[in-house]
Design a protein around this ligand. Structure first.
Ligand code: BES
Ligand code: MN
Ligand code: ZN
Length: 521
């Protein structure tokens, strides 16, 4: 899809399809009023006749006619003006794109970006419009032998916006959407295609495309480094594990990097602690953290962010088998700490702990790991908020703000020392599970023991990175959150006169997204 911004009188816009918003009380946005006036109040008449209720998602197609340059007018119900929030706005964009596509139009202009969304500015609306439009058009058909082809595909989409930051917002929205698409394609690809080797190849290809160096370590390299907990997970599989390091260098030579670490379990059977059969196919998504790191690197590279970023992916399968680890096995991690593996299904932390030790060598400014780590996080937060735990409150606040700004939100859980005792083992330095309660927290507590040398945050995306059931598929989250996090950091690192080039976030949207309770102090 080709996106652009239009900033002119809506009635004069030459397009196959002009999409206008109508509220549930029949009210129009400013652009709608202008077009209505130009076409002899055809819109007001249609509303009056009851042909359009304005209920969210409903549509009415009118022919362009005299006074307006557009071939078609697509009226889209926006629901109640007072309830037109972020969710409603994104749903309206998706509905507009689907309906415009349905008319057979080759290009369309969405004119209701002027409908106010509480606490958000025009730049936010443009960014989200691109992201929501790409989301609604996304399909994963790589593995279909016959692909549905549109006879007259909608190829161009413009947004009407007078916001001075709209052009930059469009660039940002496109970069985020592209990163999300990469993540989705990788995550949706099943494990017989998307192996650790495949992930490594994709990372190398990304490095080639954007000119950054990518190192890939194999089993022997990892053995030399002493990454024994990672290798313990990998030892049950015939598929070779890969440890992937991407070096994006957009910042000053000596600037300390932001390190992103992704869990890349390309399939999680649970190992000898085998998972139950229902929905096990969804465990192909257990590399979503890895996919989000690669997706975010793509977004950052597209935006040429002036930062140094190290993207690390720890990739392996978790399989049962004759050589698989068994409950009770004790392994020495790269850090020297020993782990009693009581449950082989708690494998994510075993691969991440070695990755967290490995990244010490980069003298990181901050480290953020991203992982589909615990079912407990899905129980706690559902599929709306990503779980956030951190050993540094300022870093946690930065990520919460980025989540608010991108509408890809996280919620902080406590990482108090009191939880650490749940990981006690009689035979090793720690166990890899902490019992039944507070599973997301004890998993993070485990990781925290390997992240003591730097500022670190952990994003548990088990509930937010993909959807199951009927709408099964990767969501592309948390690429928007992470990209905003990096954009915020880039803005802070830049001289004041350049600040215009970064997202303008409505002050209200930034106002204290911090949870009222359960916050680590
Ligand atoms: N990959 C899973 C976590 C998961 C569960 C992601 C559901 C998405 C949806 C992880 O490796 C896992 O199996 N965790 C266990 C940990 C337990 C054994 C302590 C879990 O959450 O059940
Ligand atoms: Mn598991
Ligand atoms: Zn897992």
């Amino acid at each position: 899809m080709e996106f652009s911004i239009k900033n002119q009188a809506p009635e004069k816009l030459k397009t196959d399809c002009l999409v206008l918003g109508v509220y549930e009380d029949g009210g129009l946005t400013e652009s709608g009023k202008a077009v209505d006036k130009a076409c002899g109040h055809a819109i007001a008449k249609a509303v009056k006749s009851g042909d359009l209720t304005g209920k969210a998602g409903t549509t009415l197609l009118l022919a362009g006619g005299e006074g307006v340059a557009a071939a078609r007018l697509l009226l889209l119900g926006l629901g109640k003006a007072a309830e037109f929030n972020e969710k409603a706005y994104r749903a309206a964009i998706a509905a507009a794109v689907a309906a415009a596509k349905g008319t057979g139009s080759k290009d369309a202009v969405i004119a209701f970006c002027d409908a106010p969304v509480k606490a958000r500015d025009g730049a936010w609306q443009v960014r989200q419009a691109v992201i929501a439009a790409e989301e609604s058009l996304y399909k994963f058909d790589q593995l279909k032998s016959k692909k549905d082809k549109d006879a007259r595909p909608l190829g161009k989409l413009a947004f009407l916006s007078g916001d001075e930051a709209a052009a930059q917002a469009l660039v940002e929205g496109k970069a985020i959407a592209e990163g999300q698409k990469l993540m989705k394609d990788l995550a949706n690809l099943p494990s017989n295609h998307c192996t650790p080797t495949y992930l490594a190849k994709q990372a190398v290809a990304l490095g080639k495309e954007f000119g950054f160096k990518v190192d890939v370590l194999d089993r022997a390299d990892m053995k030399k480094l002493g990454m024994n907990t990672l290798l313990a997970v990998a030892q049950g599989s015939h598929e070779p594990p890969k440890f992937i390091i991407c070096h994006y260098k957009g910042g000053a030579k000596d600037a300390r990097p932001v390190v992103l670490v992704g869990k890349g379990v390309t399939f999680d059977t649970g190992g000898i602690s085998l998972k139950p059969a229902p929905d096990m196919d969804e465990m192909k998504y257990d590399m979503s953290g890895a996919a989000s790191v690669l997706g975010t690197l793509k977004s950052a590279a597209k935006l040429k962010l002036p930062l140094n970023i190290v993207g690390v992916v720890a990739a392996t399968e978790n399989m049962p088998g004759g050589s698989a680890i068994k409950p009770g096995d004790i392994v020495t991690s790269m850090s020297g700490q020993t782990v009693e593996i009581l449950n082989t299904d708690a494998e994510g932390r075993l691969i991440l702990c070695d990755a967290l030790t490995y990244v010490e060598r980069f003298n990181p400014e901050v480290v953020v790991d991203v992982a589909t780590l615990t079912g407990a996080c899905v129980v706690a937060l559902g599929n709306v908020a990503t779980g956030l735990l951190a050993n540094d409150d300022a870093l946690a606040a930065e990520l919460l703000t980025a989540g608010q700004a991108s509408y890809d939100r996280a919620w902080q859980l406590p990482l108090w020392d009191d939880y650490q005792e749940l990981l006690k083992s009689p035979f090793a330095d720690m166990a890899n599970i902490g019992g039944r309660w507070g599973g997301t927290i004890t998993a993070a507590c485990f990781l925290a023991r390997y992240a003591e040398k730097y500022k670190w945050a952990h994003l548990d995306i088990a509930g937010t990175s993909y959807r199951g059931n009927a709408q099964k598929g990767s969501t592309g989250r948390p690429v928007p959150l992470l990209t905003h996090f990096l954009m915020q950091r880039a803005a802070a690192a830049k001289p004041a006169k350049m600040v215009k080039a970064v997202p303008k976030i409505a002050a209200k949207a930034l106002a204290k997204p911090t949870p009222k309770s359960g916050k680590a102090k």
